[in-house]
Design a protein around this ligand. Structure first.
Ligand code: ATP
Ligand code: MG
Length: 240
């Protein structure tokens, strides 16, 4: 589903991604871990063309994103992204937040978009919040709305960048549960996370990034129980 070849990304003279090679199969859940500043967010943002790639190739479901002729908006509608901070529109209701893009980008009628939006809200456990404004929601509820909003575009891939790290601990579980449900349904997902329990339980594969490269990758049990690279060992010893 996703193939990344020798991806480099520099900001000015600083090279942040130094040659990433990675593959994500359809319906696979790949978790990305690694120290702060190692390039995890930059990598994810390249997959959604939120960053201009310096060199290398990214292919998602047959579309070469790094081809200058690619339709960036078409790519973005196929690759959903959920961030640490949810960026909901404060002056729109929860349902309007979700149905806005399907109406504008996919050309759905308001009633179709609202119907699909309501179904997505039911799915993330917020069926009764359609008509409230984001400010009245908890952080975890806002994040679930943000996930529903991404899903409304029917993406082929979902990217998550530390979706629970800004949440109070007691709100994390509901968001992870929504992500687990998506994984079970077969969504292809790349998840940057500090939730090692999630990575172990839901991840098919774990990538350990450090200093702009993938230092080690393997199944969750390989990475967590038997890491081979000294950097992986040292990182895990600090967080587990
Ligand atoms: P964290 O765990 O703290 O979120 P990360 O692994 O996601 O870290 P990135 O945000 O990808 O790391 O950043 C990697 C490096 O790239 C950092 O040194 C950062 O300062 C640099 N960087 C990221 N975005 C930019 C930018 N727009 N301009 C310049 N440097 C940037
Ligand atoms: Mg980051």
């Amino acid at each position: 589903m996703i193939t990344v070849k020798d991806l480099h990304k520099s900001f000015g003279k600083t090279e942040v991604l130094k040659g990433i090679d990675a593959k994500v199969e359809e319906s696979e859940v790949v978790c990305v871990i690694g120290p702060s500043g190692s390039g995890k967010s930059t990598f994810l943002r390249c997959l959604n063309l939120l960053e201009e790639v310096t060199s290398g190739e990214i292919e998602i479901d047959g579309d070469v994103l790094t081809d200058p002729k690619v339709d960036i908006n078409a790519v973005r509608s196929q690759v959903g992204m959920v961030f640490q901070h949810f960026n909901l529109f404060p002056h729109k209701t929860v349902l309007e937040n979700i149905s806005l893009a399907p109406i504008k980008v996919k050309g759905l009628s308001k009633s179709e978009a609202d119907k699909e939006g309501q179904a997505l809200l039911d799915k993330v456990g917020l069926g009764d919040k359609a008509n409230v404004y984001p400010e009245s929601l908890s952080g975890g509820q806002k994040q679930r709305v943000a996930i529903a909003r991404s899903l409304a575009m029917n993406p082929k891939v979902m990217l998550f960048d530390e979706p629970t790290s800004a949440l109070d601990p007691e709100l994390v579980g509901d968001v992870l549960q929504v992500m687990k449900d998506l994984a079970v349904e077969g969504m292809t997902m790349v998840v940057v996370t500090h939730e090692m329990g999630f990575a172990r339980e839901v991840g098919d594969r774990v990538l350990f990034m450090d200093e702009g490269i993938i230092m080690e990758e393997g199944s969750p049990s390989q990475i967590f129980d038997d890491p081979q690279n000294p950097r992986t060992q040292s990182f895990l010893s600090k967080i587990l």
